[in-house]
Design a protein around this ligand. Structure first.
Ligand code: CO
Length: 216
């Protein structure tokens, strides 16, 4: 059978299962959503946000792109973030990367891949910022793993530099922002310990809620 047909059959089986567990399952979800978490993850098909966290439809608002990036000119990411923070009022924003990420691997190399090179440039900038640490790691696999971790941390810092996050921190001391890495080999998520809920540890040039300046 053609793969796309099996998706529709899989959907029917899933609906049957859900209704068997809870006849009101879809009626409840149709009333609205109030997820507590925004997930910013990689588009990689092996890292499905709900499945690996044991969560259900309605629990997690999701944004995915190649290598789980927070790029300040990305209207898609900014719109998702603004809606999640200011309308849904999520308590947590999680950037979740994964070891073995093809986007990070490609960014470590010197090959051209096409349009995506422009996206991967952001990861090359992350490498440049941490070149002192990364260049010292002789084992390529270990260097790759470390860049995956550092890239997630930098995306968490990039989140904290947005006016969306800083205004929310000023007004309601939320959301918490976190950096995680998922292992394709074990299925385990590692918390990188870069959780923030204020601008207090931030280099002053990035703090944009300290004072309001009149712009002529
Ligand atoms: Co990836």
């Amino acid at each position: 059978m053609d793969m796309y047909k099996s998706l529709l059959e899989g959907n029917k089986r899933w609906v049957d299962e859900k209704l068997k567990e809870d006849p009101e399952f879809f009626n409840t979800l149709a009333k609205g959503q109030s997820p507590q978490v925004l997930w910013i993850g990689c588009s990689d098909s092996r890292v499905p946000a709900n499945e690996i966290t044991g969560t259900k439809p309605g629990d997690v608002f999701v944004h995915r792109n190649i290598a789980n990036m927070v790029v300040h000119t990305d209207m898609n990411m900014l719109s998702v973030l603004d809606y999640a923070v200011n309308v849904l009022k999520v308590r947590h924003v999680i950037v979740c990367g994964h070891y073995g990420c093809g986007g990070v691997k490609a960014a470590m190399g010197n090959q051209q891949f096409g349009i995506i090179d422009n996206w991967l440039r952001n990861i090359k900038d992350v490498y440049r910022l941490h070149a002192d640490e990364l260049d010292k790691i002789e084992n390529e696999e270990e260097r790759f793993n470390r860049l995956v971790e550092i890239n997630v941390m930098e995306q968490v810092f990039d989140l904290s530099k947005t006016s969306i996050i800083q205004n929310a921190w000023r007004d309601r001391n939320l959301p918490f922002i976190h950096g995680w890495v998922y292992s394709l080999h074990t299925g385990i998520i590692k918390d990188l310990g870069v959780t923030f809920d204020s601008t207090t540890k931030m280099t002053s040039v990035f703090n944009i809620t300290a004072s309001k300046v009149e712009v002529a």
